[in-house]
Design a binder for this molecule. Structure first.
Ligand SMILES: Nc1ncnc2c1ncn2[C@@H]1O[C@H](COP(=O)(O)OP(=O)(O)OP(=O)(O)O)[C@@H](O)[C@H]1O
Ligand SMILES: [Mg+2]
Length: 266
């Protein structure tokens, strides 16, 4: 079943076209990686899906439901449903430095008036789902490492049980060890949630995207220049821009679909 579909999505900032007729689809249970260099339009794509920027043409469909032109009360109702959740490029944007991790994660549940005992259980299961221990819940964000903070931000998005998670550069700010832990957490999440969850993961780092994505979409100056199975794109990139991205990474580890071992490039 198609969870997210973009049809010729176009976004302009004033007279500058930032996304130009983008089309892509993501099935339930799938992880699609969007890769492109800084300024290629990745965050704008996320914002168009989240409906925090308006598109000038085209459509965004979630579960077959056209959300492109929702306004006012209808848009607020859609947001409250929690169907699509966004994890910011900077995790500190979703974790208030003065508020304990447990409360930050529970915020979405408090808004929808979930009873405290139920909320506590859901918060605990969300942090466990991203590989964090529940002892972190009573700390402030300053008491967590960068990788733990990023996973707490993911838990915060997960706790409202979204159908689609949009992650904007989830590992870019992290060192190699933390990056690997976040990638592992996302891989574990796709296994445990199966068809209940789809993920659109945005990054300029094709290496970490390839490790968790079924498909890659390559964005270059607001246009999709390549879209296909991760394995095919890495083994046989068609566009020179994709080739350059791949050449910038020494070894690309591909696990999906159905590929357990790392693929070393010559
Ligand atoms: N609010 C805005 N007004 C005008 N131009 C904008 C606005 N936001 C982004 N842009 C421009 O749109 C283009 C795409 O920006 P976007 O943030 O989507 O890129 P990105 O791929 O996420 O980059 P990065 O990897 O650095 O996060 C850039 O040229 C940027 O300067
Ligand atoms: Mg960005």
């Amino acid at each position: 079943m198609t969870l997210l579909e973009l049809r010729d999505l176009t976004v302009d900032y004033g007279r500058v076209r930032v996304l130009d007729a983008l089309s892509l689809s993501l099935r339930a249970g799938q992880v699609v990686g969007v890769v492109g260099e800084s300024g290629s339009g990745k965050t704008t794509l996320a914002k168009a899906v989240l409906r925090t920027v308006d598109s000038s043409a085209g459509q965004v469909l979630v579960d077959g439901h056209d959300i492109t032109r929702l306004r006012g009360a209808a848009l607020r109702r859609w947001r409250r449903s929690g169907t699509v959740q966004y994890v910011f490029q900077d995790p500190l944007r979703s974790l208030d430095p003065g508020i304990r991790i447990a409360e930050s994660i529970a915020e979405g549940l408090r808004i929808s008036r979930v009873p405290a005992a139920v909320a506590r259980e859901r918060v605990e299961s969300a942090v466990q789902a991203v590989g964090l221990g529940t002892e972190l819940l009573d700390r402030l964000p300053s008491g967590l490492s960068g990788g733990q903070r990023q996973r707490a931000a993911i838990a915060r998005a997960l706790v409202v049980e979204p159908r689609l998670l949009v992650l904007d550069e989830p590992v870019s700010a992290l060192d190699a060890a933390s990056r690997d832990r976040v990638v592992q957490a996302l891989i574990a999440l796709r296994r445990s949630r199966g068809e209940q969850l789809g993920m659109l993961v945005i990054s300029h780092d094709i290496g970490s995207l390839a490790a968790m994505s079924d498909r890659l979409v390559v964005l270059h100056r607001g246009r999709i220049v390549e879209d296909g199975l991760t394995r095919q794109i890495v083994a046989d990139p068609q566009h020179p821009y994709t080739r350059r991205l791949i050449e910038s990474v020494p070894v690309i580890d591909i696990r999906f679909p159905n590929r357990p071992a790392p693929l070393a490039r010559s």
